[in-house]
Design a protein around this ligand. Structure first.
Ligand SMILES: [Zn+2]
Length: 249
């Protein structure tokens, strides 16, 4: 009996370390270029002046709607970490992340950039997807460091160090793409509009490109992200009940 307990504890520990990966649909160069053009042509986002209570109420409502729809997805992907809490922070920096205890954090500064509940829900769903996929806190921390380094103005490193960094950057970008992928399914099931929600990725790209804002230190941003989102959105429009495809099982 005692021996069984030890084995079970070990398996639990092991499963927490393994991130769930997905077979994401491919998108082509034309789709990436269309996404880049959409980002380029979109107006610079404007911060909302809405009262904090109002922003918090929208975030709470979106979190609850998403929470009500995690069940079937968790079962489909074999996730053991589906519960989450939402905390809204008063920071002046626009950011969102999931911590290792299952709390999704989003700042009021970021909420001010999000125009609709669909966009707020997409941002939260992305963080919930990190949690559901077992992306551990050390990866999230690494992502923050990696993104902070994007704004380094100079320096050099031995080629071996550079290649290690590039491999870890690729890994982190794959985690972000996986989170976006799963988030789309969660959003669809919760009844949100994925096309309306895509504006969140455009907004983040625009604000992030504006170096005056240190927005979204935890999230790589690109036309690829929007192109991938549109591809999954199209698949879910065709089949709203579709389930995410888990890789390597
Ligand atoms: Zn992320």
């Amino acid at each position: 009996m005692k021996k069984t307990g030890v084995i079970a504890a070990f398996l639990l520990l092991a499963s927490q370390c393994a991130a769930i990966k997905y077979e994401r649909p491919a998108f082509d160069r034309a789709e990436t270029e269309a996404a880049a053009a959409a980002i380029e042509q979109a107006p610079m986002p404007v911060k909302s002046e809405a009262p904090v209570d109002e922003l918090v109420a929208v975030a709470d409502r979106a979190a609850q709607r998403l929470r009500d729809h995690t069940g079937p997805l968790c079962e489909a992907i074999g996730s053991e970490t589906c519960g989450f809490a939402l905390r809204i922070a008063g920071n002046e920096e626009a950011n969102a992340f999931a911590d290792e205890k299952g709390t999704i954090w989003i700042t009021v500064a970021l909420l001010r950039y999000l125009e609709t509940e669909d966009e707020v829900a997409a941002m939260l769903a992305h963080e919930i997807a990190h949690r559901m996929s077992g992306h551990d806190a050390s990866a999230a921390t690494a992502a923050r460091y990696y993104q902070a380094m994007r704004y380094t103005l100079g320096g050099s490193s031995p080629s071996s160090a550079a290649s290690r960094q590039s491999a870890s950057a690729r890994h982190l970008i794959a985690l972000e793409a996986d989170a976006d992928y799963l988030a789309a399914f969660l959003l669809k099931r919760a009844g949100y509009d994925l096309t309306a929600a895509e504006n969140v990725w455009i907004t983040l790209a625009k604000v992030s490109n504006n170096k005056a804002a240190s927005i979204m230190a935890t999230h790589p941003l690109s036309a690829e992200r929007l192109a991938a989102w549109r591809r999954v959105a199209a698949e879910l429009d065709a089949d709203p009940e579709a389930l995410p495809r888990v890789a390597g099982n």
